[in-house]
Design a protein around this ligand. Structure first.
Ligand code: URA
Length: 234
């Protein structure tokens, strides 16, 4: 197996991150630093990352978590904030979040130790459609909806076409479903800001056809076999 894949398959990190670790000289194969991501690891080879020996691939675990407000999407936080890792800490395998949700965003977060799937789901070239439900301040006029659908400038980046549907318009706020297939930092919040409507609450309800459904806040469930196969096929 190629070195970058071997590291990702062992659940250490995504394949992209493995490439970075290799390029930075943090990876050794049988005691010698290697900088070729594609070098092949054979049975019995010893691979270390930052001096730590890697155990070859473990069994793959895939869960979907309903992330609550006020949790950060990392495995550790040096400022002592609550992390999504705490919500899956009864699972022995070390899981990583697939992409990120803001501290104040709730909803569907996939977590897995399958570095290959993480890599393919988050690669900018083939990002999948993600569905969010946002409550935004003010009135979302037809003109604004058209702008969001076409693409808006969120500061040096023009978003690609989005799917937008107003679920409910109230006098002072609107509930909107928005689907995007990009993953820029705080993208949905920035998109609504760009048309003058501040996001008040934001929840991710689906990634592709994998839905949050009735999963309670702070709880997780294992992905079904069908969902795993579907995500791998994307
Ligand atoms: N867009 C945002 O603005 N925040 C998220 O957490 C996800 C998408």
């Amino acid at each position: 197996m190629r070195l970058n894949k071997y590291i990702a398959a062992a659940g250490i990190c995504s394949r992209r991150k493995a490439d970075e670790l290799i390029a930075a000289g943090n990876v050794k194969l049988n005691g010698a630093v290697v900088r070729q991501m594609g070098i092949v690891v054979e049975d019995g080879d010893r691979v270390t990352v930052n001096g730590k020996l890697i155990e070859p691939a473990q069994s793959k675990v895939y869960v979907v978590l309903n992330k609550p407000l006020g949790y950060i999407t990392t495995m550790e936080d040096d400022k002592g904030r609550a992390t999504v890792a705490e919500l899956v800490d009864d699972i022995p395998e070390r899981l990583f979040p697939v992409g990120r949700l803001d501290y104040n965003t709730t909803g569907l977060l996939i977590m897995t130790n399958d570095g290959q799937l993480t890599y393919s789901l988050t690669h900018p070239k083939h990002e999948v459609w993600k569905t969010y439900v946002a409550t935004v301040a003010g009135v979302l006029s037809d003109q604004k909806i058209a702008k969001l659908r076409k693409g808006v400038d969120i500061g040096g980046f023009v978003t690609s076409p989005a799917r937008v549907k107003v679920i409910k318009q109230m006098p002072r706020h609107a509930v909107v479903e928005i689907q995007i297939h990009e993953g820029k930092n705080r993208q949905v919040r920035k998109m609504f800001s760009a048309v003058g409507n501040k996001v008040q609450t934001l929840e991710r309800t689906a990634i592709g056809d994998v839905r949050l459904g009735r999963l309670m806040s702070g709880h997780y469930r294992k992905l079904t076999k069908e969902e795993i196969e579907y995500l791998k096929s994307l």
